[in-house]
Design a protein around this ligand. Sequence first.
Ligand code: IYR
Length: 236
Amino acid sequence: MRAIGDAKRPVTQFTPMAHPTIPLQFQRFQEAEMQARAEAFRSDIARRRTVRDFSAEAVPRALIETCLAAAGSAPSGANQQPWRFVAVSDAAVKKHIREAAEAEEREFYARRATDAWRAALAPLGTDAEKPFLETAPWLIAVFYEAYALDAQGNRDKRYYPMDSVGIASGFLIAALHHAGLATLTHTPSPMAFLNTILGRPDNERPFLLLVVGYPAADARVPAISRKSLSEIAVFV
Ligand code: IYR
């Protein structure tokens, strides 16, 4: 097989196949500007809080689409982009998701959670009631491909799919915050009901249910603190 873009080069079976490259689009800044940008990003992203009290105010679909496109630019194992985002605004589907999630959460709070887990959650004030799943204008169900199926129906391996989707979810949360929206990272467990309700195939596994919208006017959040830099980072 001839190397792409290198028509004259003789190709033997020992020559690795050439893959096309393009020039890197890298933006270089002055160091002072870099520090200022880093500070601006840090203070903006540090303002993000998980919100559990949402307003019903509508959010344009275009805003969600743009943030999803940002998430889709995340790095992934072997660039397989093993993510699938299902953006739900339909009231009936949201109601269905709420009912299924609350059924799991009732089990969780009543039986599945250990006492230690319940104690760890106490400061957050969470319980099995999840009204925000209906109130918020958008729910984004994030799935990862555990494997893919080729045209013949054979399983195509996915590399680091959960890790990749975790990174993309981080991009998505940051993009939504940057756009001026509030989010809640919700992980009812187990989440298999999302496949049923949203009609996703078995190779797609639910990873996260992101609740998106504006906070309620009187929204309050737990008074939490963040670990200091010296607690989270080591320089060698
Ligand atoms: N999924 C449950 C419990 C829960 C678990 C963790 I870990 C949290 O950080 C928050 C909640 C719920 O959503 O209530």
